[in-house]
Design a protein around this ligand. Structure first.
Ligand code: PLP
Length: 455
C-alpha cells in the first residue's frame, strides 16, 4: 500500500501532547483497560471490512472527487482525538476554536478578504451552502434563488428546505451559466440571490462570474459563489483559461463563498467552509444558549454557526496542513493543483488525438479545471452510452476506476440522425485531483485505451 508515515508522526506528537498534561494525577482511562488482543482482533475485522472499497488513495482511482488527506492532516486529526474538542463553544474547544479562526482567516485571505468578513468551518459543503442560502433568504426575504442547471443538486433542495423559490438557469455547451438566460430571469424582478458555481461537480465548469456580478449589481441581487470543488483554483489562475481565471479573480466581489477543504484542501471528510463578506450578517445567527457560553466573553463559533457540535479535530487538521502547505500561488499546495490540471489537459489531448478516433471531448473546448468528460463514439446516442458503460466496467477490471455522467449529447458535437434534443448521453468522467495523476497519466491512458468497448 506504500509507506505510511502517519503512525510515526503521531507517536512523536502524542508524546509531546501528553507532556502538556503532565501535571494531572495518574489515572487509568476506562477504555484503555480493554485487553489489547481483544481490541486488535476487532480492528483486524475492521481492516478486512475496509478492504471492500475502491482504492481511493491510489492514482489508478481516477473516478469521483476523492483525494487522500495529507499525512500531516491525518496525524493532526488523530492527535486531536486524544482531546476530542467540540468547536461549538470555547468551553469545549479552546485551542481548536482559535485554530479554526486562524485557518478560516487564511482561506479568506486567499479569496482577497483580509478582514471584516464572517466565516467558519462546517461539516460539509452542503451545510455551508445551506447557511449561505439561509442568510440569502434572511437578507432578501421571499425572493427567488437562481443557479445554473449544472449547479450542485443541493441548491434546489436547500431552497426547498428554506421555503425559497428556486429556478435553474440554462447552461451553455461547456456547462457554464448562460448570461442571457440569467438576465431574462433577473428582469422578472423577484430574484434575491444568484448562485455562481466555480467548478461544477459534473465537469468542473466555471460560471462567468464577472458577468454575473455585473448583472447582479444592475438588478440589485446578491451573489453566492459555490466553490466547494473549485475554490482553491484561485491560487493557480495562471494555469487556467482566461475566462476561468477572470472568474476566480473576481470572487472577492461575491457576498458569500463556500469552499470544501475536504475536497481539494487535503482534509478528512467533515470539513466545509462558509464565508460572508459582511460580518454584519452575524445578527441573523443571534441566539442565547443557557448552557454553553461561559468561559469566554470572546465570540464562540457556535454563535455564528447553524450547527451546534462540530469536530474541533477538523479545524486542528486544517490548521496543521495550512502551516505546512500555506495557501500561496507559488507553494507546494498550489503545485499539487497544477499537476492535476496538467494531467487533465494531457488526458483531454490524448482523447482528441486518439489514432482510432474512438472518442469525442466537449466540442467547445477542453477541461476548465481537472475534470475530464468524453463520449465513446458509436452508431447512435444509445450506442455511445452503452459503450461508455462497457468501457467503464472494462477499465475497472484492469484496475482503472473512472466515473460516468449523463450530459447533453449536443455538447459533444453533432448528434445522430433521429436524435431529438434535449438528448442526453452517458459519458466517461475522470476527476484527476491527485498530484500523482500527472505522472500516472500514461498508465491511465494505456489501461483506458485497452478497455474501450469495440463492438
Ligand atoms: C461537492 C459539492 C457540493 C456539496 O459538498 P459536500 O461537501 O459534498 O456536502 C456542493 N457544490 C459543489 C459544486 C460540489 O462540488
Amino acid at each position: 500500500m506504500g509507506r505510511d508515515v502517519v503512525s510515526s508522526l503521531l507517536a512523536t506528537a502524542t508524546e509531546a501532547l501528553e507532556r502538556e498534561f503532565a501535571e494531572l494525577p495518574e489515572w487509568e482511562p476506562a477504555g484503555e483497560s480493554h485487553a489489547p488482543e481483544a481490541m486488535a482482533a476487532v480492528l483486524a475485522q475492521t481492516a478486512h471490512r475496509l478492504g471492500d472499497n475502491y482504492p481511493y488513495f491510489h492514482p489508478l482511482y481516477a473516478g469521483q472527487m476523492l483525494k487522500p488527506p495529507h499525512p500531516v492532516a491525518r496525524a493532526a486529526y488523530a492527535l486531536a482525538m486524544k482531546i476530542n474538542p467540540n468547536n461549538h463553544a470555547r468551553d469545549g474547544g479552546r485551542a481548536s476554536s482559535e485554530m479554526e479562526i486562524e485557518a478560516v482567516a487564511e482561506i479568506a485571505r486567499m479569496f482577497g478578504w483580509p478582514g471584516g468578513y464572517l466565516g467558519h468551518l462546517t461539516s460539509s459543503g452542503t451545510l455551508a451552502n445551506l447557511e449561505a442560502l439561509w442568510i440569502a433568504g434572511q437578507e432578501r426575504p421571499g425572493k427567488r434563488i437562481l443557479a445554473s442547471k449544472q449547479a450542485h443538486y443541493t441548491h434546489s433542495r436547500i431552497s426547498g428546505v428554506l421555503k425559497l423559490d428556486f429556478s435553474a438557469i440554462a447552461a451553455d455547451n461547456r456547462g457554464r451559466m448562460d448570461l442571457n438566460a440569467l438576465e431574462d430571469a433577473l428582469k422578472r424582478g423577484d430574484v434575491g440571490t444568484v448562485v455562481a458555481t466555480l467548478g461544477t461537480t459534473a465537469i468542473g465548469a466555471v460560471d462567468p462570474l464577472p458577468g454575473i456580478l455585473e448583472l447582479s449589481a444592475r438588478y440589485g441581487v446578491r451573489v453566492h459563489v459555490d466553490g466547494a470543488y473549485g475554490g482553491y483554483f484561485r491560487l493557480i489562475g495562471d494555469a487556467l483559461e482566461e475566462s476561468s481565471r477572470g472568474a476566480f479573480a473576481s470572487i472577492d466581489h461575491a457576498d458569500s463563498i463556500v469552499i470544501d477543504p475536504h475536497k481539494h484542501g487535503l482534509q478528512p471528510y467533515g470539513c466545509g467552509c462558509v464565508l460572508f463578506k459582511d460580518a454584519g450578517v452575524g445578527r441573523h445567527y443571534k441566539h442565547d444558549s443557557p448552557y454553553t457560553y461561559f468561559t469566554s466573553k470572546e465570540l464562540h463559533l457556535g454563535e455564528i454557526s447553524l450547527e451546534c457540535s462540530r469536530a474541533g479535530a477538523a479545524a486542528v487538521a486544517l490548521w496543521t496542513t495550512q502551516k505546512l502547505l500555506p495557501l500561496t500561488c507559488d507553494g507546494e499546495f498550489a503545485a499539487g493543483l497544477r499537476k492535476g490540471r496538467a494531467a487533465a489537459k494531457e488526458l483531454d489531448r490524448r482523447l482528441r488525438a486518439d489514432a482510432g478516433g474512438r472518442f469525442a471531448g466537449l466540442a467547445a473546448g477542453g477541461p476548465e479545471l481537472d475534470i475530464v468528460v468524453w463520449t465513446v463514439l458509436g452508431k447512435s446516442t444509445e450506442d455511445r452510452s452503452r459503450r461508455a458503460e462497457e468501457t467503464f466496467a472494462a477499465c475497472a477490471e484492469r484496475g482503472l476506476h473512472l466515473a460516468l455522467v449523463d450530459l447533453p449529447q449536443k455538447w459533444f458535437g453533432p448528434g445522430h440522425s433521429g436524435d431529438t434534443p434535449p438528448k442526453t448521453v452517458t459519458c466517461l468522467r475522470s476527476v484527476l485531483m491527485k498530484p500523482e495523476h500527472e505522472n500516472w497519466l500514461p498508465e491511465i491512458w494505456s489501461r483506458l485505451s485497452e478497455s474501450v468497448s469495440r463492438s
